[in-house]
Design a protein around this ligand. Structure first.
Ligand code: 13P
Length: 253
């Protein structure tokens, strides 16, 4: 069954103490007013072991923002998928445009990360999306298709069924420029059509596709109302409990 999901991506924000406070606030708010969707909070690695025991696991899943493309060994400064899983985290964002752009993560690297995340029981939240020039040139569909083909379409149907996809147009991230509801739906429907062509209708229907890029309480309801938008991956607005809760509440009737 296709899941509705609101996931936060804290990026490189919040000290450990601030992160603990934020996660407690989110947990308290959701205990008091149960969400109508799955809620995920993705934090810096250093926070994971401290925040996982602080949340009600039936309401909130914790995730990492990345993992290594190697299993273990002499890779100073890297954090493996097994280490992430050992903290109790359940999710792992992979392929975020900031990792692709600033840390040169290619499809080949991402393919390894996805396999290792899956092998360690983590749910990858796999990000795709075009930059502004690509949208202006009208090649956004080709860009997203090649990201899917390059890092995910090697998976078996069973493994692909464990992936959550996040469409994040790079020009909408942290810019206040949200994709219109029509632009989001158009791309989400395109992604689902590609999944269907590769894995069949049942897998495509079950696949959760989240929208990310300047999503906030004021626009979440309109975005989530689209038939192929199954939730959001939230940056800036996930750093305040009230804003994050406002987006989660967009799933309420
Ligand atoms: P913003 O919500 O801050 O635009 O960030 C989106 C994002 O990159 C989530 O991964």
């Amino acid at each position: 069954m296709r899941k509705k999901i609101v996931a936060g991506n804290w990026k490189m924000n919040k000290t450990l103490q601030e992160g603990i406070e934020l996660v407690k606030e989110i947990n308290t708010a959701l205990e008091a007013d149960k969400p109508a969707c799955d809620v995920v909070v993705c934090t810096p690695f250093i926070h994971l072991a401290s925040v996982t025991p602080l949340v009600n696991p039936s309401l909130i899943g914790i995730g990492a923002e990345n993992c290594a493309d190697k299993e273990s060994g002499a890779y100073t400064g890297e954090v493996s998928a097994a280490m992430v899983a050992s903290t109790g985290a359940k999710y792992c964002i992979l392929g975020h445009s900031e990792r692709r752009a600033y840390y040169h993560e290619t499809n080949e690297i991402l393919k390894e990360k996805v396999l290792l995340a899956l092998a360690n029981g983590l749910t990858p939240i796999f990000c795709v999306g075009e930059v502004k020039d690509e949208r202006v040139a009208g090649i956004q569909n080709q860009v997203v298709e090649s990201q899917l083909e390059g890092a995910l379409f090697n998976l078996s149907a069973e493994d692909f069924g464990k992936i959550v996809i996040a469409y994040e147009p790079v020009w909408a991230i942290g810019t206040g420029l949200t994709a219109t509801s029509e632009q989001a739906e158009e791309m989400h429907a395109f992604i689902r059509s590609k999944v269907e062509a590769k894995y069949g209708k049942a897998v495509a229907e079950d696949c959760s596709i989240l929208y990310g890029g300047s999503c906030k309480p004021s626009n979440a309801k309109e975005l989530f109302a689209n038939p192929d938008v199954d939730g959001g991956l939230i940056g800036g607005a996930s750093l305040k409990a009230a804003d994050f809760k406002g987006i989660i509440d967009a799933w309420k009737k």
